[in-house]
Design a protein around this ligand. Structure first.
Ligand code: AMP
Length: 398
């Protein structure tokens, strides 16, 4: 996939109506609308501001949750709209329908320097179906399509891919940043490239491991998925998470890493417990002496030390997936230690590939010490897999 896409800097937006696809699908309280994390809204502000300052009229588009074509009050974009109004200091009307008379009237009346937000696109089933008539009608509201919803880039929906068939289509600044950092990190990395993978299931990361084996110098595997690799090496793992259907796959990957000269490091020790609970007492367990009745919940101190040493020698570090059950403070040490080790690498390119590891870094207060924290969970995973993302591929090349 070509990552060198035209952006709003490469075209004249003055006096034009812009369909700007954002990702305002923010975690929020369904009853009160209170937003828990506004990262996705904040990260697209530079694009919105640029367009408004350059005399464009901006029609904001987004989805929220999965209403599957039904009108659901709790998935309205009203709280995102209220928050955006505060951040921009600008009144932003929210349409009362999706592509109905109210949307059309508000968009027709829109003047340069003004913005309107169209209600949750997924209230119409045609959005997720990438219905061509729906996409054409959406496109007819504007002169140019700008894509800045990296978190939705892996979906071929009407507002992410469909509209690009009818309008000149370019990237916003958030998508440009994601392509520059994530794209370059894997295509022309400052070496050594160290990839850190964690999280629960091997099956979710098969594509990522396959792709990273071609590109990385070192791969560190922690989290729940590491236990399947330990079993592949003939070790006992007690009652730890096991992806039994992927033991052979893990064995093949260990062999492939050897054949390709990629260093693959697994945990040497773990914090384990009897029960999966927040106040369970952690027991330190060596990898070759795993008691039958315990479950691995985090990486241990020796592992933290060896993973930190690998990170310290890196030119680029890419991380996806927590090292343990970081939602329980007693088992967040490994994840926090990796975040800390990456944050200290001032000369390396440090990238967090979305999802839980991104939230862990945000919570740690060290986010500003990283080169890039991706806003896309599923999208950044597909990016790390080397897949073509439809919302990116459809944009004009430079
Ligand atoms: P994923 O969505 O695959 O990135 O997985 C994230 C989840 O993996 C988090 O909710 C963690 O609690 C979970 N996780 C990490 N390590 C373990 C472990 N050792 N056992 C069970 N779950 C884990």
């Amino acid at each position: 996939m070509n990552y060198d896409k035209k952006t709003i800097r490469d075209i004249d937006v003055s006096g034009k109506k812009i369909l700007l696809r954002c990702d305002f699908n923010v975690p929020h309280d369904k009853a009160t609308g209170i937003i828990h994390d506004d990262t996705r809204i904040v990260s697209t502000l530079p694009t919105i501001r640029y367009l408004l300052e350059h005399n464009a009229a901006v029609i904001l588009l987004s989805h929220m949750g999965r209403p599957h074509g039904e009108w659901k009050k709790e998935l309205s974009l009203f709280s995102a709209r209220d928050h955006l109004e505060k951040l921009l200091g600008l009144s932003i009307p929210l349409t009362k329908d999706v592509l109905g008379p109210d949307t059309k009237a508000k968009c027709a009346a829109l003047q340069p320097g003004q913005a309107v937000l169209v209600e949750n696109l997924r209230f119409r089933i045609e959005e997720e179906q990438n219905d061509p008539d729906f996409a054409r009608e959406l496109a007819s509201l504007a002169d140019i399509f700008v894509f800045d919803a990296f978190g939705a880039a892996h979906r071929a929906h009407a507002s992410t891919e469909g509209v690009s068939h009818y309008l000149p289509s370019v990237a916003g600044f958030l998508v440009e940043k994601e392509l520059n950092f994530m794209g370059k990190a894997l295509e022309e990395p400052k070496r050594p490239l160290v990839a850190i993978l964690g999280g629960s299931k091997v099956s979710d990361k098969i594509g990522v491991i396959n792709n990273l084996l071609q590109k990385a110098d070192t791969i560190l595997i922690g989290g729940g998925m590491a236990y399947t690799f330990q079993v592949a090496l003939g070790r006992s793992i007690g009652t730890s998470l096991l992806d039994a259907g992927h033991v052979n796959y893990a064995r093949d990957m260990i062999q492939k890493a050897k054949d390709m000269g990629v260093t693959l490091l697994l945990p040497q020790d773990n914090l384990a417990t009897q029960d999966f609970s927040a106040d369970a007492q952690p027991v330190l367990v060596e990898v070759d002496q795993f008691p039958e009745n315990l479950m691995g919940m985090d990486i241990g101190p020796k592992t933290i030390e060896s993973f930190t040493a690998a990170i310290q020698g890196a030119g680029t570090v890419v991380w996806n997936g927590p090292m343990g059950v970081f939602e329980f403070p007693a088992f967040a040490k490994g994840t926090n230690a990796i975040a800390g080790a990456m944050a200290q690498q001032k000369d390396a390119i440090t990238i967090v590939g979305g999802g839980d590891s991104a939230s862990a870094v945000e919570q740690s207060g060290m986010a500003d010490q990283f080169t890039h924290i991706s806003t896309g969970g599923g999208a950044s995973l597909e990016f790390l897999e080397g897949l073509t993302l439809p919302g990116i591929a459809c944009l004009e090349d430079k």
